[in-house]
Design a protein around this ligand. Structure first.
Ligand code: ADP
Length: 817
């Protein structure tokens, strides 16, 4: 703000001028009044009325002049100051009421009021300019808003369009996914069906009279078919996982059984390579859980299969433990194989990837196994881990969170006839071993397994057995020749012998009677008759036989009546052949509708129902049969057959009313087992380990496969004794250094359990070869270990080393061979 002294024509100077004029007039009046007063009071003039009148007149004039001047001045002030201010206030009022900033106040000149008015006018002008600008701006804003709105609605429209296309894309992706899954299901069905034909027919063919060469060819077809099926299964599993269609089951299962099954599947390969394959169930691991046993077994078998494949010598060990109560289970598969290089360790969990990717790689495979195993364990809430050192071995481990399952109280076993009987099972066929082992162990027998004739023979001559179950078709020699050899040694004279036959002619072989041996059809291993046959073979009395009777159902009155519902002619042929080979009478129908009317018309012991069929599918047919039974009474067991393509198949079958479920391709054994479950009421496959007696470590297959009584081996029939003997000696020399080393370690580490196991193994191998002194010292060491001590083991160990040197030299020197 500026302060300035008012100039010439300023309001202030005019006011000062006016006031000065007023003062002058007043002064004049006062002077006149004074003069008048003195003139009147002046004695010479006193009494002069003319003069007095004149003075009064003058005074009045002066007063009138002053008043006139004051009025003039007031008028002048009003015109100069008040009127403009009033004008200003009027204009302000107009502005405030009408908001019209174009109003102006007029005032010429340069006085303060003119300045004030000019400022007022300027202010109004400013306001009005600002208002205009504001109006302009708001117009612009409006325009901009309108533009933006247009743009936004355009974007909105586009977004809606994109959303629509995303929705469409999603729908078509979902449709594609559905199509992919349907394709998978269809593919699975289409591929597995012919595979089922190939494998089933091969199995049937193997049961016919073939020359050795033909058997070999057919066996190769079977193995190749199985390998192809396993690759197909892997690819289908993998696609299923990729499509997010892998669903896990939640059913109760026996964990001990699962472990035993998985090991049994890999046992033959391990035996062929001379590997020790063991399973350890840690104490405290419950038996029953709820989860997906099929997928769990698939992971374990894959890891065990790899371990056996990539291990040239040593051992493969499966361990199961309860990682956290109640149902977090830890699995680990450990081997002493080739190991995996650190840079390959991460890579191998990817699909289609192998540890050795070079052109010269030695081991085949698709590289899918671990990728599937990893994804399955993740689906089961775990993670697959690996520790490995090249050249030393690998350990794959994972945990899975399962549901605890109440263990059903096991019925008091009344079948005591076989309990604790010492039985030797000699077979080189994996399925036979698996089937027989399962049954024998469930009856409480003390079982040993041998993979070939020399092994079986050695065991018999070095340890007492009540019964030898020999496969008629056995590597090294055939079962009947082995039986004949066994009978030639004192230890083999009292033993009971039972031969597992493949064909009726074998069962009718007159040599069986000469050798006082009985026989049992191999294909019926999983059926109830086996118990009866074993009891008979052991020559037990009637009372004991009675005990057998209460174990299962009464013997069937005749052949089982079976209805097979299957549309595919090859499958019909295979299924019929398998069922007939199990002694069943089979009626085949082609679709669900025919099955329903067939069940209404005739009585069947069991129905095998394919799920995918024309006219009426298996599930619907099952439902209709169940609905009809509601009114008519009775209930025929229905076993559903599917290609196991879609998750939830099993549930769907069971919900439709089926009692059991088989996925194609299946084997005779599986059919027999499924029938057994339905007809003899076996709810689950019997366990591997007797309750109460479950050891902390359960050795399923032991490979101390050396020979004893060298002379006996050498004279084995078929002129192959020498060859076998050489093999046996080689095996002995290859395996014993490790045992010796283990005994040393056990002694220095004070590990009695380890000492016992190694000494036992060393003892039987040595005894088999006739190294009885050495075996004797080993036995002392074993007894020490059994008593829980390693004290005093050192001198015995020195003695073992000394004896072993002698035995080794003797064997290498060849006088015995
Ligand atoms: P493949 O069918 O080729 O065996 P996997 O996915 O099962 O496929 O295994 C991938 C690779 O991992 C194998 O090729 C091998 O190099 C390596 N591997 C797996 N398990 C073992 C093991 N126990 N010891 C050594 N290498 C292993």
């Amino acid at each position: 703000m500026q302060f300035s002294w008012p100039g010439k024509g300023s309001l202030k100077s005019r006011l000062i001028t006016l006031l000065l004029g007023c003062n002058t007039l007043l002064l004049l009046c006062l002077t006149l009044s004074f003069v008048c007063y003195h003139s009147l009071a002046f004695p010479p003039l006193a009494g002069e009325p003319r003069l007095l009148l004149f003075a009064s007149f003058q005074l009045t004039l002066a007063l009138l002049g002053v008043v006139g001047l004051a009025a003039l001045l007031a008028k002048r002030i009003d015109g100069t100051i008040s009127e403009p201010i009033r004008d200003l206030s009027r204009k302000m009022e107009i502005v405030s009421t009408s908001q019209d900033y174009r109003v102006r106040v007029e005032r010429a000149g340069e006085d303060e009021l003119a300045v004030l008015f000019a400022c007022f006018n300027n202010m109004l002008a400013e306001i009005s300019v600002r208002d205009e600008r504001l109006a302009l701006h708001s117009e612009e804003l409006e325009l901009e808003v309108a533009e933006r709105t247009v743009e936004l609605s355009e974007v909105n429209r586009q977004l809606e369009g994109s959303l629509e296309s995303v929705r469409e894309a999603m729908q078509s992706a979902q449709a594609a996914n559905r199509a992919k899954s349907d394709f998978l299901a269809q593919m699975s069905h289409e591929i597995r069906t012919p595979m089922y034909g190939v494998l089933g027919m091969t199995e049937l063919l193997l049961g016919t009279d073939l020359t050795k060469e033909q058997t070999r060819y057919v066996d190769t077809v079977r193995r190749s078919g199985e390998a192809l099926l396993s690759i197909i299964n892997n690819i289908l599993d993998f696609s299923k996982i990729e499509a997010g269609r892998m669903e896990l089951e939640q059913i109760p299962f026996d964990m001990h059984q699962l472990a035993a099954d998985a090991v049994a599947i890999c046992a033959e390969d391990a035996a062929r390579k001379g590997l020790e394959l063991t399973v350890e169930l840690e104490p405290g691991l419950p038996r029953m859980f709820q989860g997906d046993p099929g997928r769990l077994r698939q992971v374990v078998v894959n890891l065990l299969g790899n371990a056996v494949k990539f291990t040239l010598k040593g051992s493969v060990r499966l361990r199961l433990a309860l990682a956290e109560a109640p149902a977090l289970v830890r699995f680990s598969v450990e081997d002493t194989g080739i190991g995996i290089a650190p840079e390959a360790q991460r890579r191998i969990f990817n699909q289609f990837t192998q540890g050795d990717e070079s052109m010269t790689r030695k081991y085949g495979g698709t590289g899918l196994g671990l990728a599937i195993a990893r994804q399955l364990t993740e689906l089961m809430g775990g993670a697959l881990e690996l520790e490995s050192e090249p050249g030393r071995g690998s350990r794959f481990s994972f945990t899975v969170r399962l549901q605890p399952h109440e263990e059903a109280p096991r019925p008091e076993r009344c079948c005591v006839a076989l309990r604790d009987k010492r039985v030797l099972l000699a077979t080189d066929d994996e399925q036979t071993r698996e089937g027989a082992m399962e049954q024998l162990l469930s009856w409480g027998v003390d079982l040993e397994c041998a993979g070939d004739a020399p092994d079986a023979f050695c065991r018999i001559v070095t340890a007492p057995f009540d019964l030898a179950v020999l496969d008629y078709r056995l590597a090294g020699t055939d079962g009947i020749e082995l039986a004949a050899t066994i009978r030639t040694v004192p230890a083999g004279r009292s033993i009971r012998i039972m031969l597992l036959t493949e064909r009726d002619e074998q069962a009718a072989d007159p040599r069986l009677a000469e050798l006082e041996a009985t026989s049992f059809p191999r294909r019926q291993l999983r059926q109830e008759g086996l118990y009866r046959a074993l009891v008979a073979a052991l020559g037990m009395d009637d009372e004991e036989r009675l005990a057998v009777g209460c174990c299962g159902a009464p013997p069937p009155p005749g052949p089982r009546q079976v209805l097979l519902v299957e549309d595919n002619v090859v499958n019909q042929e295979v299924g019929k052949g398998m069922l007939e080979s199990l002694g069943c009478r089979v009626k085949v129908v082609e679709d669900g509708a025919a099955a329903v009317s067939e069940v209404r018309r005739n009585r069947y012991d069991v129905v095998f129902m394919d799920c995918q069929m024309p006219v009426l599918d298996g599930l619907e047919a099952t439902r209709r049969i169940r609905a009809w039974e509601q009114d008519s009474g009775g209930r025929v067991p229905i076993i559903a057959l599917t290609a196991y393509a879609m998750p939830g198949d099993r549930v769907a079958c069971l919900e439709a009313g089926a009692d059991d479920y088989l996925s194609k391709p299946f084997t005779c054994d599986q059919i027999a087992k499924a029938m057994d479950r339905q007809l003899n009421g076996r709810v689950a496959t019997p366990g591997m380990v007797e309750e109460g007696s479950a050891p902390a470590s359960l050795e399923v297959i032991s490979h101390d496969k050396m020979s004893g009584a060298l002379e006996m081996i050498r004279t084995l029939p078929g002129n192959r004794g020498v060859e076998i003997l050489r093999k046996v000696v080689d095996l002995y020399l290859a395996s014993t250094p490790a045992l010796l080393q283990t005994m040393r370690e056990a002694e220095s580490g004070g590990d009695a359990e380890k000492l016992k196991a190694a000494a036992h193994s060393f003892k039987s191998s040595s005894a088999n070869l006739g190294a009885l002194r050495l075996a004797g010292v080993c036995m002392e060491l074993e007894s020490l270990g059994r008593a829980g001590s390693t004290q005093g083991a050192l001198p015995l160990l020195h003695q073992v080393e000394e004896e072993y040197r002698l035995v080794r030299d003797a064997l290498r020197g060849g006088p015995l061979c």
